[in-house]
Design a protein around this ligand. Structure first.
Ligand SMILES: NC(=O)c1ccc[n+]([C@@H]2O[C@H](COP(=O)([O-])OP(=O)(O)OC[C@H]3O[C@@H](n4cnc5c(N)ncnc54)[C@H](OP(=O)(O)O)[C@@H]3O)[C@@H](O)[C@H]2O)c1
Length: 213
């Protein structure tokens, strides 16, 4: 059976994976870009944006696993767009005409719309379904490869709560956001069901991997 993986999910010291008040110009709300500064310095990020820069050190080695062996992504409505995007028929996500996913992407929303085929191999499918049902659909779409749960925190938390995640990679940035959407609420004692490894890198972030099986 293909694995279910979360990669590069960046959280603050106080456990928030996004800030308050996302808008079309500020996908992470008041957090701005602070959760992902570690990633912008990596070769992974530069390669994704078509240039040769960036460091190929430890942060890159973690980050690049994001796409390896992945055949489909599941994301939440809050990752796909700011509150109210369902009222805008022209909204096609935050990532332009050629999104970085390059696979089918299943967007969980209570207000689904017809699928949208984008450039570079990404197709957005919108569905109102339980996490287990969405995973079954994503596994079909992934053609035997693994499924990434891409966020945001609400959807990752729901998949964790149902025991559906095999590999969770978090990146804790040394910032305190104070408000936003927290990952951990309701996941008491989650650590008991995973093997956890923790690695700090010179950029100042801490990578945590939760691995099952
Ligand atoms: N830190 C990171 O690395 C990272 C990664 C990804 C995203 N983000 C950020 O996280 C934020 C989004 O996270 P979030 O927690 O607010 O939202 P989210 O997890 O992306 O989406 C939650 C929403 O998805 C819909 N949904 C969830 N489960 C569903 C189900 N089973 N059936 C139907 N619809 C379902 C609901 O929206 P409706 O009821 O409106 O349809 C729900 O409110 C954004 O700011 C994004 O930029 C951060």
């Amino acid at each position: 059976m293909s694995a279910v993986r979360v990669h590069n999910l960046s959280i603050s010291l106080d456990g928030f994976a996004t800030g308050d008040g996302p808008t079309p110009d500020a996908p992470f709300g008041h957090a701005g870009e602070r959760l992902h500064e570690w990633m912008f310095a990596t070769r992974f990020w530069h390669e994704m944006h078509g240039d040769a820069g960036g460091a190929a050190g430890a942060d890159h080695v973690f980050a690049v696993r994001h796409g390896q062996g992945i055949g489909a992504e599941i994301m939440g409505a809050g990752k796909f767009g700011p509150p109210g995007w369902q009222d805008d028929p022209s909204w096609r996500g935050w990532w332009g005409d050629t999104p970085p996913f390059r696979t089918p992407v299943l967007v969980l929303t209570h207000r689904p719309r017809p699928s949208i085929e984008m450039g570079g191999g990404t197709t957005y499918h919108f569905l109102d379904a339980s996490p287990a049902e969405a995973l079954a659909r994503a596994r079909e779409a992934a053609g035997g490869l693994d499924v990434r749960v891409g966020g945001g925190p609400t959807v990752v938390r729901d998949f964790l709560a149902e025991g559906l995640v095999d590999h969770l990679h978090l990146v804790q940035a040394p910032i305190v956001l104070g408000r936003g959407v927290r990952l951990w609420d309701g996941l008491e004692a989650l650590e008991k069901t995973y093997t956890i490894e923790v690695v700090s890198t010179p950029s100042g972030v801490t990578h945590l991997t939760f691995t099952r099986g």
